[in-house]
Design a protein around this ligand. Structure first.
Ligand code: F6R
Length: 614
């Protein structure tokens, strides 16, 4: 989604803004722009559709000088992804410059009102109403800062806005309306920064403050003032964020996606560290704050998320029911928020969002909050929007994930949910200490099992060579591996742009079978589990209709080779943990197919790392 960076200080702003934008590329975008302000009370704006290189080319021919400015990577919501609609957007006379993340829900009304007043609009964006609205107040003699405050009060929806004005070139005003689109303020040495997220400003500062919904910040090179939504001055806490240069650098890997896939054994260890002990009875989820009474009273668990996080929710439902013994359901967050869900006071609501910023998930959480339901959220970062809504946060501890496609954040969410299910199961006496110890012991072997799968990547390159030009793929799984079939199809679509469908294998005969022919690869998740025979029946049915079957099968399955075209091996593992191991081949298939097809693996077209609009 859109990325924001702003700088005011003693150094030339242009290179700092460009560097910040390049660190925000991972969020996904389709155009970019920068405004640089100077002491002569003018500013230069560059905007370009496409990748950051296009913007860089513009700035190379005429380098604007100035010690302050703002920059933006745009992911189009209102108006085509072209130069005119790229940010920064300006007012009628070009006095103001605005970058924005979110959707101004009442922009049509505002645009009408301002057009009637004589304001001239250039773009199709909702964003452009913001500088015109500020201009409207300034036309009455209101100062820049106060005009921004008055405008913030009139803008509906969840928005993060950063604005600058020619008259006061070293001043940046940032504000938030509603509950999406993070803004953080960075404290440098005689310089201040503002950004949508941390990577943009690491290198300039490690000290930040978060702006909350309704708050406004006024930055000068040596100071910042914060105000609440009523305009009263407030003090904000400063947080220290450690540098993580190893994660930021791609190292020897060709893509962040591959690096992050390969980091999973370590990331999972980090997720589990200090949380569980395989010694019988010794067990803690130290960051969970539910009493034994709270846990015993839980009547139902409702899990939610979007995309890959939704697949984690689907899988966790099975663990919550089978390991913790609690009736459970899952729902897509964007559906949950509108379905008037029936939740009683003893329901537990669990949301999964690695970014903690996904607008639909936040809205679903708000919906549950209205019902006073106890809430846990799983995030990969601290201080997220989601953590502020939930009663408690379980950090998944995957480390920074730059590739747009979720990989290590998926498996780290899964192990955290698995640990939670064990914890709840023990507290509710669905499983005893001995049974828990066995599950935990196997969980600790997961990094090693995943390491075995990662050690054998040559076969994915071979499959990509054979089938990279297929136009359609089918992914089939059952039970614990049904959500993984969905995840496999999603990953392939996302990064390699091959059409793929994921189905519970039992559904195949009810429609999808008509798609099968000799040009259709079918990826069948068929570990030696309780549904193995059923899966084999489906594979036979697909084979007898000419399908090319790629099986993801257990090491000990000695017969599978004769029944399918290709076998990807995973270590023998219990039924309940097999989906975590089986998700690694899904990631590797999509990665190697995308590379073979020459796709932009880390920043697939049209996708964003955090989807901060509905
Ligand atoms: C898929 C992917 C998306 C996200 C979804 C939710 O690879 O990355 O489907 O899973 O946008 O994002 P979070 O987890 O940040 O809420």
């Amino acid at each position: 989604m859109c990325g924001i960076i702003g700088y005011t200080g003693q150094s030339e702003a242009l290179p700092i803004l460009l560097e910040g934008l390049s660190r925000l590329e991972y969020r996904g975008y389709d155009s970019a722009g920068i405004s640089v302000f100077n002491k002569n009370k003018t500013h230069t704006t560059y905007r370009a559709a496409g990748k950051l290189n296009e913007l860089k080319k513009l700035t190379e021919t005429s380098k604007a000088t100035g010690l302050s400015g703002i920059g933006h990577t745009r992911w189009a919501t209102h108006g085509e992804a072209n130069t005119i609609n790229a940010h920064p957007q300006s007012d009628t006379y070009g006095n103001l410059s605005v970058v924005h993340n979110g959707i101004v829900e009442n922009y049509l009304d505002l645009k009408q009102e301002l057009t009637n007043e004589g304001h001239l609009f250039n773009s199709d964006t909702d964003t452009e109403t913001i500088p015109h609205l500020i201009e409207h107040y300034m036309n009455d003699g209101t100062g820049f800062e106060e005009a921004a405050e008055k405008s913030a009060a009139r803008i509906k929806g969840a928005n993060a806005v950063v604005v600058m004005c020619n008259d006061q070139p070293d001043k940046i005003v940032a504000f938030r309306t509603g509950n999406a689109g993070g803004v953080l303020i960075g404290y440098g040495d005689n310089e201040m920064l503002v950004a949508s997220d941390i990577p943009a400003i690491l290198g300039y500062t490690n000290t930040i403050s978060h702006l909350l919904p309704g708050e406004l910040a006024v930055l000068h090179p040596n100071s910042v003032q914060f105000k609440d939504q009523d305009g009263n001055p407030i003090k904000k806490e400063k947080t220290f964020v450690p540098n993580d240069p190893i994660s930021i650098a791609k190292g020897d890997y060709r893509h962040f996606m591959l690096k992050e896939i390969c980091e999973q054994p370590d990331a999972i260890i980090a997720s589990l560290m200090g949380r569980l002990s395989s010694e019988e009875g010794l067990f803690s989820l130290e960051d969970l704050n539910l009493t034994a009474d709270d846990i015993n009273k839980i009547s139902k668990v409702t899990l939610t998320g979007m995309g890959t996080s939704l697949h984690a929710a689907m899988l966790a439902r099975l663990w919550m029911e089978r390991i913790a013994g609690i009736p459970s359901e899952w729902d897509n967050s964007s559906e949950f928020r509108y379905r008037e869900p029936l939740l009683d006071e003893n329901s537990l609501f669990i949301s999964i969002s690695q970014s903690g910023e996904t607008a639909d998930t936040l809205a679903a959480m708000e919906e549950a909050k209205k019902k006073n339901i106890s809430q846990i959220t799983l995030c990969n970062y601290s201080n997220t929007q989601a953590s502020r809504i939930a009663d408690q946060t379980l950090q998944i501890r995957a480390g920074l994930e730059i590739g747009v496609a979720a990989t290590k954040t998926f498996t780290c969410s899964l192990v955290t949910l698995y640990a939670l299910a064990i914890y709840l199961g023990v507290q509710r006496e669905k499983i005893n200490g001995k049974e828990a110890a066995k599950l935990i012991e196997e969980l600790f072997r997961l990094p090693e099992m995943i390491g075995t799968v990662l050690a054998n990547q040559g076969q994915y390159e071979e499959l990509a060579t054979l089938y990279h030009s297929s136009s359609d793929f089918l992914f089939l799984g059952r039970g614990y591996n049904y959500p993984i079939a969905l995840e496999g199809a999603l990953k392939l679509k996302e990064v390699s742009y091959i059409h793929a469908e994921g189905y519970p294998a039992g559904e195949m005969k009810h429609g999808p079978i008509s798609l099968i022919d000799e040009s259709m690869p079918v990826v069948a998740l068929v570990p030696k589990d309780e549904l193995y025979e059923k899966m084999m029946n489906t594979i036979n049915e697909a084979k007898s209709r000419g399908a090319i079957v790629i099986a993801v099968a257990s090491e000990s399955d000695t017969e599978i080779e004769q029944k399918v075209d290709h076998v990807i091996r995973i270590p023998d593992v219990s039924d309940s943990l097999s989906p975590i191991v089986a998700s690694i081949p899904m990631q590797l298939i999509s990665y190697y197919f995308a590379v073979r097809r020459g796709c932009d693996v880390d920043q697939p077209r049209n996708l964003a790392k955090s989807v901060t609009v509905e």
